[in-house]
Design a binder for this molecule. Sequence first.
Ligand code: M6R
Length: 365
Amino acid sequence: DKGNHRHFMAKEIHEQPEVVAHTLTHYLDMAAGTLRQPFEPAVEWKGLSRLSVSACGTAYYAGLTAKYWFERLARLPVEIDVASEFRYREAPMPENGLALFISQSGETADTLACLKYAKQERQTILSVVNMPTSTIARESDAVAPTLAGPEIGVASTKAFTCQLTALACLALAAARARGTLSAEDEIRHVQHLIALPGLLAKALELEPEIERLARELSKASDVLYLGRGTSFPLALEGALKLKEISYIHAEGYAAGELKHGPIALIDEDMPVIVVAPHDALFEKTASNMQEVAARGGRIILITDARGAAECGITPEATIIMPEMDPLFAPIVYALPIQMIAYQTAVFMGKDVDQPRNLAKSVTVE
Ligand code: M6R
């Protein structure tokens, strides 16, 4: 049932404040403003030398974002790869290692193959899954659920933000167990997580503006997405979302890689979508943006009021996000990324819920 929405994807985008809140209640003690104690799933984070993550598509980008969180908060080294590569690499895995698999369906063939390999390598298996009865959930030692509810649209939206939410909580739990998180910092981070549903609701209010922007984007044949730090995986996710439902060619790049190749593509025909909350890396991204502007590039900037004031150029369009703590900002910045793809595809008359050549769950290699 699509409710009042034209597509499942629209319904699922709009459900995000609610399903992220629901997912948070699983991991947080809302009244105390802390992580739940004991924390489920119970994982031995303490003596861990490495976390090995594998997943596909959007779930992989959730893992790539979480790498920044696990490393920064818990000082835990993270190795991450797309499942179709990891499964054939014969990668050595550490003794007493932890392997993490992220999957909405819990049935993705390549991800499941990695899980089996990690089992042979005697890793503890942790999975972040949306389908509690799935094969990946059943084969795991511990399951960290996302409570997104059924996701029908082929393009993953609410599953992604719920994966990020669960992973943020896991990174905090790992940090607490490893002694890298003070009690005050735990409370501060948990407050930021509790603020997410309200921020997601505010981000949804940007839809009319994004609809206007989408009309312009629909004329493009190529779009470049740039981001740094945790905005880098979002640039990749933005490009994936746009190509999968609008069939416009799009690429995501780490902003710092611009000079190493993609800057050659810049001209007045290719929109460049820059994801840049005003965080510690903002100035670096702003200078990349200025390089694009100096070459006549068309910039669409997704930032906050401070970023808009300090970017040093006049972008073709600016999407101004609410103010928030930068650490978990990707959970909120995912929404304009999804809405841009959705509105562009709808304007172009594409079948957003069932894009050509794609299946919801990729159970064959
Ligand atoms: O069910 P999974 O999360 O394992 O699926 C992984 C990918 O197939 C999936 O995220 C895919 O990339 C989506 N269509 C992206 O929107």
